[in-house]
Design a protein around this ligand. Sequence first.
Ligand SMILES: Cc1ncc(COP(=O)(O)O)c(C=O)c1O
Length: 490
Amino acid sequence: MYRSARYHEPLLRDLNEGQPPSPMPKIDVPKTLQRTRPVALPVLEELQLMRHFLHLSHMNYGVETGMYPLGSCTMKYNPKLCEAISQWDSFTLTHPNQDPLTMQGTLQLMYELEQMLCEITGMDAISLQPAAGAQGEFSGLLLARAYHEHRNDTARTEVILPNTAHGTNPASASMAGYSVIEIPSTPEGTVDLKALENTVSEHTACFMLTNPNTLGIFESEILEIARIVHAKGALLYYDGANLNAILGKARPGDMGFDIVHINLHKTFSTPHGGGGPGSGPIGVKKHLESFLPVPRITKKKDVFSFAYDYPQSIGKIKAWYGNTSALVKAYTYILLMGGDGLTEAAEVAVLNANYMKQKLVDSGLYDLPYRALRKHEFVLSADRLLNLKGVRALDIAKRLLDFGLHPPTVYFPHIVKEALMIEPTESESKQTLDAYIQALITIAGEDTSLSKAAPHETAVRRIDEVGAVKTPILTWKALETAVATPKKET
Ligand SMILES: Cc1ncc(COP(=O)(O)O)c(C=O)c1O
């Protein structure tokens, strides 16, 4: 409350051209509609309120509470300096309708961030507009369609994906109006080149791929994949969710990708969760640049502006110009780390994943299907425990909660039975990794009844997850529970 008063006042004063905000107009409410006694709002003391919310916050779990190895979702630590800078008034008190001449600093930051991301990904142009990876995918696919249509190549109605693809890939392709074709992986866990060659045709708009893929395996045949796709006139789309693994080592642009999206919240340490506030910029090679969303940020004679004059553009895909606060955090993170720091982050992420993977494989309790060498994440199978003791990946995930640890992603990718997908990230120390490894080993050796009924130590025990999705309860009847119903007037 204190903050909001301070926060809004300068803005209101600006909007009124320097005058203090004018008082609310007086409205004559008819007598019959007027209250005769104060509204029965709950009255709590500040201390009670503080304790309540602090208690709730302690019941929550985040990367600042402990390790959060949610494979594919990349929960790495967000440096506080980036958070603090994104809260500067010079960013938070601007209004998107302001004259761009009065917000040159913010535009410069965005312009420079585009250039940094071009350099990191090896692409020629970037738009920072999309609000998440999935929206980046959708925008990238609209862009692919605009490109093919511009060349009168209108028979391209299909998007091909490997069976390791993240769920948002087929969803985005369907939303963009394409039919989706899934191709199998090899016993190595990589794209089956023969299957790709047999599937790609003059009906293919693009092939979507993440590299390293969702098994954490680097697609080492990527140049051949690019050749096969391009030979049929199709485009190669890079799902950049796993860019964290190859920062400073390899660039999708050099691998032959035409379109990329980057999940800033995964690789460049902006918060991720609950659908945002994320950011999923898209990058393209020169031949696709004219189709990027508008406005574009341009720089002429040291003046930055929003430019709309791109007749082939797919148009606007996000209100204003993306999530500015996420962009400020990513920009700060890149400057904070520097080129060498980003490369080191990728190296440590890969080292941490391979350390954990090897220790757990050596335990003899979990299996590692597909190729052994992984990048930033690895997917174990708990199928052996299911066969031996009836313990499922879900039971292990629930039991980890009793150890005060966040579970890994489970049952994804679908091609691994009883999958446990672990992404430790570069943020964690060896001690933390060892404690997590030990918890997984302990759980595998425990009496089955412990994991089958887990969690035992949490405020909420095992919930009906299917019910929660199919019949969610999204409202809370505040008046019935918290506020005494006012007595009728006598
Ligand atoms: C491989 C992969 N692709 C795409 C996405 C979608 O990204 P976002 O959550 O930013 O929409 C994710 C998200 O976790 C992912 O793991």
